[in-house]
Ligand binder design. Sequence first.
Ligand SMILES: [Zn+2]
Length: 156
Amino acid sequence: MVDYCALQNEPINFDLGFTCPECGDKGRPIKIITLKSLLVPSALAKLEPSASYKMCTNKACSVVYFNERQGVFKTIDIKVEVYTKSEDEDCPVCYCFGWTKKRVLQEFKETGRATALEEITAHTKAGRCGCDVNNPEGSCCLSNVKCLLESITKES
Ligand SMILES: [Zn+2]
């Protein structure tokens, strides 16, 4: 899979030996800028900037971010709905350019086409994406968009 988003290639040096205090998920490292951008004010006030944060990848767990000091931020602490934790059709899959699950599904149903992938790819290639401050995963959404499209085309 080709990844056009340069953000994902930036190395992050974290102590990785801690897991989600709620479900035990190993999680994936998240940059502090993503939390600073996406936490609601009351949650941001509890941020520990010197801690290492990871994102819980378990869909069933309400913890979004956790650190090595048992600190957690849950879905209600995030300004946006978190794609990897949500079943909602109005949840964005691409946070930068405004594609919700519903919009992708609708376009495909009405036109048989899925321009989302081409459009988002073109924008990221042009250097316009701001995944680290818009997407709660802190990384490029293209793999999520691809998975969503694959699940749609499989169904139809
Ligand atoms: Zn968890």
